[in-house]
Design a protein around this ligand. Structure first.
Ligand code: SF4
Length: 420
C-alpha cells in the first residue's frame, strides 16, 4: 500500500531540494514566482503522499476532468499529463526513461509525451491506480493512449465529451460527468459527495478572480512578473486544483505584481514582449530564466494562462454540473484542440493586440497533430493583421531529444536579433 505513488515521491524529493536551494542561494527578491510555486507544490505533494499511505484510492485523470471534480471522494487525484510534464521539468533526464519504456512496449513514439510518461511509469509499476478517468477529447492521442491502462487491468471510466460547444452539449456533458463520478464511486466503494465538490469549486472561483486580475496586470509594460509564471500557473492548475494552496499562490502572485506595477518595476529588463499561443517548454524550466535574463524577452502568456473560463455557479446542483461541463469543455487546450481554428486565430490576434506583444513563439508539439496546420495560418494572420512575426519551433515540449534546448535557444536568439 505504501508504494502506490512512487513518482510523487520522486517529485517531492526534487521539489523539496530545489526549494531549499533557491531559498538558500538566490537573493530574497529574486525568482519569487518559482519560490512561491515550489512551496505550494511541496505542500500539496506531502498531503497527497500521506493520503496514499493511509490507503486512500488513487484516481488517475485526464486534465480535462479537473481534480476539483474528484474532490467528491476521499482520494488521491493524479493528473496523467501534468505528472509526466512536472517530472520532465524537474528530473535531470525528465520522463525520458518512461517514454522509452512505453515506446519499446509498442506504443507509437510520435504520440503525446504528456501521456507517454505516466504510461511508462505504470508499465514500470510505479503508480498503482485504482481507476482512471478520461473524456473522449481533445485529441487522437487521448483516444489512442488511455486504452493502454486497461492492459494493466486498471478500470477506465470514459465520459463522452461533445465536440460542439452549445447549450445542449453542456447539458449532455453535465450528465456524463455525473455518470462518470457515479461509476468511479462504485469502483472505489464510495458515494460521490457533491458538497465537497462545491467547496473545491468555490476555492477555484476565488482563485479565478485573482487570475483575472493578474491577467490584466500582465498587460503592463514592462510585465511585472517573470516568465516563470507560465509553467508555474500550469502546475498550479493541476497540482493545487480546488485547494487552499492555489489561493495562497495566486494571492502572493497578485500582491507581488501589484507592488511592482505601482513602482513600475519588473524583474526583466524587457526589450521584447512575446506571447506563446501554445505551450511553453516543459523539459527545461530554466529556459524562462534564460529568456528573461539573456534575451530580455518576457513571456506574457501561454496556452494555460490566456484562456480563462467562467466561474462555476454553485447555487444549485444542476447549475453546478452544467457549469462544470462548460469549464471542462472550455479548459485551456481542450477548447483549442477540440475545435476548428476559425475561433482560435481571431481570439489570439485580439489577445496579442491587447498585450502589446512584439512577437509570437509557437511550439509545434509533435503529439498535437490536430494542431499541426495552425502555426502557418496563424503566422500569416499575425503578419497581415498586426505586422508581427511568429517563430515556429518543431519540438516535443516534454522530451529534449526531439529538439534540444541548444537548438531552441539558437532559434530564439536568431529570431530575437531580427526584432531589435
Ligand atoms: S492536445 Fe496536444 S499536448 Fe494536449 S494532450 Fe493532446 S496531443 Fe498532448
Amino acid at each position: 500500500m505504501k508504494e502506490k505513488v512512487i513518482p510523487y515521491k520522486m517529485l517531492l524529493e526534487v521539489i523539496s531540494n530545489s526549494y531549499e536551494l533557491v531559498w538558500r542561494i538566490v537573493p530574497e527578491h529574486e525568482m519569487q514566482v518559482l519560490k512561491m510555486g515550489l512551496k505550494n507544490l511541496e505542500k500539496c505533494l506531502i498531503d497527497y503522499i500521506q493520503k496514499a499511505e493511509e490507503g486512500l484510492p488513487i484516481i488517475g485523470y485526464h486534465f480535462a476532468c479537473p481534480a476539483e471534480f474528484l474532490h467528491c471522494f476521499d482520494c488521491v487525484p493524479i493528473c496523467i499529463e501534468g505528472t509526466s510534464y512536472l517530472l520532465a521539468a524537474l528530473l535531470p533526464n525528465g520522463s525520458e526513461k518512461y517514454y522509452d519504456l512505453i515506446t519499446h512496449w509498442g506504443h507509437p513514439y510520435h504520440t503525446c509525451s504528456s501521456q507517454k510518461g505516466v504510461m511508462g511509469m505504470v508499465l514500470d509499476d510505479l503508480f498503482k491506480f485504482d481507476v482512471i478517468t478520461t473524456p473522449t477529447a481533445p485529441c487522437d492521442n487521448t483516444y489512442a493512449s488511455y486504452p493502454f491502462f486497461k492492459y494493466k487491468d486498471i478500470p477506465l471510466v470514459i465520459t463522452d465529451m461533445p465536440f460542439i460547444r452549445e447549450e445542449k452539449s453542456y447539458e449532455f456533458y453535465a450528465e456524463q460527468i455525473k455518470i462518470g463520478l457515479s461509476e468511479i464511486g462504485k469502483i472505489i466503494g464510495q458515494e460521490p459527495d457533491f458538497d465537497k465538490i462545491k467547496k473545491s469549486l468555490e476555492i477555484e472561483n476565488q482563485s479565478l478572480k485573482l487570475e483575472f486580475e493578474l491577467f490584466e496586470l500582465k498587460k503592463a509594460t514592462p510585465c511585472p512578473l517573470e516568465s516563470m509564471i507560465n509553467p508555474m500557473s500550469a502546475a498550479a492548475a493541476v497540482f493545487m486544483a480546488g485547494r487552499p494552496e492555489k489561493l495562497d499562490f495566486y494571492e502572493n502572485m497578485l500582491a507581488l505584481a501589484k507592488k511592482r506595477y505601482k513602482k513600475k518595476e519588473s524583474p526583466i529588463e524587457e526589450r521584447i514582449r512575446s506571447i506563446w499561443p501554445y505551450m511553453t517548454i516543459f523539459f527545461d524550466l530554466a529556459l524562462c530564466e534564460w529568456l528573461d535574463r539573456e534575451i530580455k524577452m518576457s513571456v506574457l502568456l501561454d496556452i494555460f494562462s490566456y484562456n480563462l473560463y467562467d466561474p462555476v455557479d454553485t447555487s444549485s446542483e444542476d447549475k453546478m454540473f452544467n457549469d462544470m461541463a462548460r469549464k471542462s469543455m472550455n479548459f485551456p487546450m481542450i477548447k483549442q484542440s477540440i475545435d476548428f481554428y476559425d475561433d482560435f486565430i481571431p481570439e489570439f490576434i485580439n489577445t496579442t493586440k491587447e498585450f502589446k506583444a512584439d512577437c509570437g513563439i509557437f511550439t509545434s508539439h509533435i503529439g498535437c497533430k490536430q494542431f499541426g496546420s495552425i502555426p502557418q495560418l496563424l503566422r500569416e494572420a499575425l503578419r497581415d493583421e498586426l505586422g508581427i512575426p511568429l517563430l515556429i519551433i518543431d519540438i516535443d515540449v516534454g522530451d529534449k531529444r526531439f529538439a534540444s534546448i541548444k537548438t531552441v535557444k539558437d532559434k530564439i536568439r536568431m529570431f530575437a536579433n531580427t526584432l531589435l
